[in-house]
Unconditional design. Structure first.
Lengths: 94, 200
């Protein structure tokens, strides 16, 4: 937890000094996307490797999918309310 | 949208390679993932630090920023309450516990496996992974339908790391620090909330 925050702060400090270096920052953006690919790849690897999960996957997956859909739906609806009442009102457009 | 499908493609590729046992066994994907997350955090940090608007957002942080994680918690739990009317095999408390992972699949699934059962732990893992994938795939749609905070709320605890790049791409870099704040608050609350629902 703390490690992640510290690493990010270190990155922000580096980024601050890289301001205006367009080529380096473009490369940073590309590298960010590739890193996300890697992360999802290893996540898949970890799940694919686990026999217990893979065997029960269909049954548990359906339940899990419903939980995700319900959670995300509730979250985006409340985010819409928070946006409307606390953020968008200032500019006059809701 | 195309970018999200490429991301999903890498996930499926990993799943297949892991299933077919094609990789060298000394390799520990969870350990590598940790280092990849560290690298990602650093790169995202560089992007935020180099952005003038993002830094300004940090300086103008005020109390209303707290409403974003509050909204996500309330919305997720309300979603679980509604779902409990339709799902028979899981109790309300079990659903609340899984939902309280807010996408933080590694931590929530471990807690649930230890405090409850491996099966519920697996559902928690899958459901929170799916929450992250849904956010990666549909962040642009959520923004159009429910405003610029919706991708952050959908991402849950992951809005500080894995879904942060997608959030900043859809809502704008000036939302990076709100997303970071939101993710940090939820990540800290995950262990407390998850265990709360399993104890009562």
């Amino acid at each position: 937890m703390l490690t992640i925050v510290l690493i990010m702060l270190a990155g922000m400090l580096v980024g601050y000094f890289l301001r205006g270096q367009k080529k380096t920052l473009h490369f940073n953006g590309r590298l960010t996307i590739i890193t996300i690919w890697l992360l999802l790849f290893f996540l898949g690897l970890s799940i694919g490797n686990n026999d217990h999960i893979m065997q029960k996957l269909p049954e548990l997956g359906v339940a899990a999918l419903w939980v995700s859909v319900a959670g995300v739906t509730g979250s985006v609806l409340s985010a819409w309310l928070v946006w409307k009442f606390f953020f968008a009102s200032k500019g006059g457009k809701a | 949208m195309r970018g999200s499908f490429i991301i999903l493609g890498f996930f499926v590729l990993g799943l297949l390679i892991g299933r077919l046992d094609l990789l060298y066994h000394g390799l520990n994907p969870d350990r590598i993932s940790t280092w990849v997350i560290y690298l990602l955090m650093f790169l995202v940090g560089v992007g935020v630090g180099a952005d003038k608007k993002a830094l300004r957002a940090l300086l103008t942080i005020n109390l209303k920023i707290f409403w974003i994680p509050v909204g996500t918690i309330a919305g997720t739990l309300a979603g679980m309450a509604v779902l409990s009317l339709f799902i028979r095999q899981l109790s309300v408390a079990e659903l609340m516990a899984i939902g309280s992972g807010f996408g933080y699949y590694s931590l929530s699934s471990v807690i649930i496996t230890e405090m409850h059962s491996a099966e519920l732990g697996v559902i928690a893992l899958l459901s929170n992974v799916i929450r992250e994938i849904i956010t990666l795939l549909f962040a642009p749609l959520f923004m159009v339908l429910f405003g610029k905070l919706a991708p952050i709320a959908a991402g849950g605890a992951t809005s500080m790391d894995t879904t942060l790049p997608v959030i900043t791409q859809t809502s704008g870099k000036e939302f990076a620090l709100m997303a970071l704040f939101h993710g940090i608050v939820l990540s800290i609350l995950v262990p407390f909330l998850v265990s709360f629902w399993l104890v009562i």
